[in-house]
Design a protein around this ligand. Structure first.
Ligand SMILES: [Zn+2]
Length: 452
């Protein structure tokens, strides 16, 4: 096989792909693809159909049971010092409030870092916590699920999650992986949060929450297809196809799904020609706390020894520098530096164990895992429009899609062909990596620590 010729073919195909943008349009037009919604099924069947049309082998739906969650009514009212209602939405897996709702003073925990929670520890019991989605400029950025977990631990009876960017948009997200949270939790816009903060600064501020949601056991499906190689050693290329129920989830994660589809399209014709086999997976239920991929890994533990690398394409399309974040396994830096050198493309490389996406369950099993990234670098922007109602098709730049597909395809070609990739890690090694990145407490707060 002539790598240079093939490389040029992949570049040309990725730049001129007639499929990639129409795929994005189709996925966004279905709707949110939220777990348990009719649009989830439309997207699932669409992806399977495309996998088949592109020529993947053994295209299949991989089912699993989980706790579905459906949004109901949500009312947030400040009742003292004076009455004022605010628009609010439930966070995913918020339980319903008891009949009549809950009513309590509001405690502002700022950004909701561990330190801020420690400072207000004694003031939280029996109260409703107000917490921002902002994170400190330096140091670790705690995830929403940690901020919620600390509020629960401190005995709060309600949680108000305030977006840190203006624009009138509440930011949704899940509270617990695949199970109901312990206390009701709602999201409000920056403006609403600001108004509540202003009241708190002046004196006792009492809020009333009345939230109705539904939850019941249901089934979801991953969509899986293969490109057999010369060996059984596997590279998994995945992204989640579900979005949040309040928007199209265009960036997060219709774009990642389109990347999986596009790489499937580009590599399916190479069946039998690559050293490693490729497994393409569109994961369900990522937005429920990385639930789907966790289930996938749990159901396919025997496969983990076969997987040389997991590449997560969650939100992989963006206008920033394109590159890869490798999680905890240092030899991957040399692998990707080698690819950058060989392709003459300045990949942006970084090291961090990303816990809140589909690479993480693979990493927890010791499988080397990376995340493709193309985000602009400003941490103040946080998720951007992600997880808000405005994560819509118009935010995605078509040119970025083609460039990301090109970068992804060139990297994948070399990863599929290179002689060796880093070995699988032992549980003790994974535990040590997590502790070295100060993630043990964070994972405990989220109910995801499994090392005792
Ligand atoms: Zn995502």
């Amino acid at each position: 096989m002539n790598l240079t010729t093939l490389d040029k073919q992949l570049i040309a195909e990725a730049w001129t792909s007639p499929e990639m943008y129409p795929n994005l349009e189709a996925l966004c037009d279905f709707g949110s693809r939220f777990a348990g919604s009719p649009s989830e099924l439309l997207a699932r069947d669409f992806i399977a159909e495309k996998f088949r049309a592109y020529g993947l082998s053994d295209v299949r739906l991989d089912p699993f049971d989980y706790l579905g969650w459906w949004r109901g009514s949500c009312a947030l009212k400040i009742v003292a010092p004076r009455e004022r209602a605010f628009d609010a939405i439930s966070l995913v897996y918020s339980p319903a409030t008891p009949a009549g709702g809950v009513c309590a003073p509001v405690v502002d925990v700022g950004m909701g870092t561990e330190k801020e929670y420690a400072r207000k520890q004694d003031a939280i019991k029996g109260k409703i916590v107000l917490c921002s989605s902002a994170n400190p400029e330096t140091g670790r950025a705690p995830h929403r699920r940690e901020k919620y977990g600390w509020a629960v631990q401190a005995g709060a009876i309600g949680f108000i999650y305030m977006r840190h960017l203006p624009g009138g948009l509440p930011e949704t997200g899940s509270l617990r992986p695949g199970k109901l949270g312990e206390i009701p939790a709602v999201a409000v816009s920056y403006e609403a949060g600001f108004a509540i903060k202003r009241l708190i600064e002046k004196g006792e501020t009492i809020a009333a929450l009345d939230v109705q949601n539904d939850a019941k056991p249901t089934v979801a499906h991953h969509v899986v297809g293969d490109v057999p190689g010369e060996t059984d050693e596997l590279i998994v290329i995945g992204a989640h196809y579900d979005g949040h129920d309040i928007s199209q989830g265009a960036n997060d994660d219709a774009t990642g799904t389109c990347m999986v589809l596009e790489l499937a399209r580009l590599f399916a014709p190479l069946r039998g020609q690559l050293r490693r086999s490729l497994r393409f997976i569109a994961f369900a239920c990522e937005e429920l706390g990385v639930l789907g991929s966790t289930e996938y890994v749990g159901h396919h533990l025997g496969e983990m020894n076969q997987i040389a690398l997991m590449i997560n394409l969650d939100s992989a399309v963006g206008g920033g520098p394109k590159g890869f974040t490798y999680c905890g396994i240092e030899e991957l830096e040399a692998v990707f530096k080698g690819i950058a050198k060989e392709t003459g493309y300045a990949l942006k490389l970084s090291e961090k164990v990303v816990t809140a996406s589909d690479n993480f369950p693979f990493f927890m099993e010791g499988v080397p895992a990376v995340l493709m990234t193309a985000k602009t670098d400003d941490p103040a922007l946080g998720r951007g429009f992600g997880h808000t109602a405005m994560d819509t098709l118009d935010k995605v730049n078509r040119r970025d899609m083609h460039e990301c597909a090109m970068v992804g395809a060139r990297a994948l070609l070399r990863l599929a062909q290179c002689e060796t990739l880093p070995r699988r890690r032992t549980p003790a090694e994974i535990k040590a990596i997590l502790i070295s990145q100060e993630l043990d407490e964070a994972l405990r707060a989220q109910g995801k620590w499994k090392f005792g």
